[in-house]
Design a protein around this ligand. Structure first.
Ligand code: PMP
Length: 415
């Protein structure tokens, strides 16, 4: 398998540590990725040399900080191939971006009787904003369900999206089952019916080449911290004509044209949607993360993770007592794998794996409707990234065997 990325480890000092006397294997990347030195250094450099508030100042540091911030925007524009930098809005993260669209576009365009279509595999961040919008507007929220293989039921989708549909909002990749959804096809279907398509890119942008023009999505949100950038920064891409027609999200400094006592006008894009002092250093750090990924190449990142999944998935499924949720076909998977071990509670499994130095997540993964649909309360979840290796997959497999034996016999020493 492609192991060429394994030497990247040296860029991630955090990975070079022991946990519970075992070498750490970090498999919780779907929750947050680790940051390479290059991102940490970009943050430090910004704070040590250029830090000032942006846009308002004429002094040298303010000009430098502004240049850094706007350069970061252009890096993110290039990273997702957005047509214009003004279509790249800096947000707090994916959740913030999706709420922005629901609160502004949704508020302005949804009326009683309209329909919003999402999928049952959505993260709460791409579910609750639409659910609450539907409640506020007396609109109808409809769900696309899944095939037995954890993929969207496209026959049902074709029935669900009608001329009543105004918004279709679906994750590009599931944060639970790793399923990659056919976003380009869904966006085209939405457009055929005069609806807009909102993509949740939290689990796709860090792991595959995303081209918003090719996908022809109307909005697309993602988080910096899952692509090795800082926390508290993310991007909302939106098509210019939609962003221009939308009311602002929040009011305050930076987002205004003129403020009079009893009315105000708004700044041009993207500032209309960036009220108040933004996470300037975060944007700079995110720009550095985009550079880091671009230097490696997103195709290579994807191929690397794919190779690990190709290797791991059949071996994981072969362990007696392990149930894997999601596509059986490794090619349809990102590096996110949800599983359970016998009837053990996934928290116990995750705790036992941690004793072996292997960090995985357990719980409902902010996807309670999906859990309910699958008839589960929780799963364990291993999620891989570019610095993980086949050896990490082996460590997970070994640690699972240990865990199984421990719970079978009361102690791992009895085997
Ligand atoms: N959507 C998906 C698919 C996610 O995995 C996540 C994060 N787990 C989010 C949205 C929300 O991202 P954030 O918490 O960074 O806003």
């Amino acid at each position: 398998m492609a192991n060429t990325l394994s030497k990247l480890n040296q860029d991630f000092p955090i990975l070079n540590q022991t946990v519970n006397d075992e070498q750490l294997v970090y498999l919780d990347n779907a929750a947050t990725a680790q940051r390479p030195n290059q991102v940490i250094e970009a943050l430090t450099h910004f704070y040590q040399t250029d830090n000032a508030n942006v846009h308002r100042g004429v002094h040298t540091l303010a000009e430098r900080a502004t240049a850094d911030y706007e350069e970061a925007r252009r890096k993110l524009q290039a990273f997702i191939n957005a047509p214009e930098p003004e279509e790249v809005i800096f947000t707090k993260g994916c959740t913030d971006g999706l709420n922005l669209v629901a609160s502004t576009y949704g508020e302005a365009n949804i009326k009683a009787g309209d329909e919003i279509v999402i999928s049952i595999m959505e993260h709460h961040s791409n579910l609750i904003p639409w659910q609450q919008l539907a409640i506020r507007k007396h609109a109808t929220l409809k769900y696309i369900h899944l095939t037995d293989d954890g993929e969207l039921d496209l026959d049902e989708t074709a029935q669900l999206i009608t001329d009543k549909t105004k918004i279709v909002a679906v994750a590009h990749a599931s944060n639970v089952m790793g399923t990659v959804n056919p976003v380009k096809q869904l966006a085209a279907l939405a457009h055929q019916h005069g609806a807009i398509f909102v993509g949740d890119g939290a689990q796709s942008v860090p792991h595959m080449k995303v081209d918003v023009q090719d996908l022809d999505v109307d909005f697309y949100a993602f988080s910096g911290h899952k692509m090795m950038g800082p926390t508290g920064i993310g991007v909302l891409y939106g098509k210019r004509e939609l962003l221009e027609a939308m009311p602002p999200y929040q009011f305050g400094g930076e987002m205004i044209g003129f403020v009079h006592q009893f009315d105000s006008t708004w700044a041009e894009l993207p500032y209309k949607f960036e009220a108040g002092t933004q996470n300037i250093a975060g944007a700079v750090g995110l720009g550095a993360a985009a550079d880091y990924l671009t230097n490696i190449g997103m195709d290579q990142v994807q191929a690397h993770e794919q190779a690990i999944v190709n290797y791991l998935l059949p071996k994981l499924e072969a362990i007696d007592g392990v149930t894997v949720y999601g596509p059986q076909d490794p090619a349809k998977h990102t590096g996110v794998i949800a599983f359970n071990l016998n009837d053990l509670h996934p928290h116990d499994v995750a705790t036992a794996l941690d004793m072996e130095g292997v960090a995985v997540r357990a719980g409902h993964h902010c996807a309670q409707p999906l859990m309910e649909y699958l008839g589960l309360t929780a799963t364990a979840r291993a999620s891989f990234y570019l610095y993980n290796t086949q050896a990490d997959a082996d460590r997970l497999l070994e640690a699972l065997q240990e865990t199984k034996e421990f719970f079978n016999h009361g102690t791992s020493e009895t085997k």
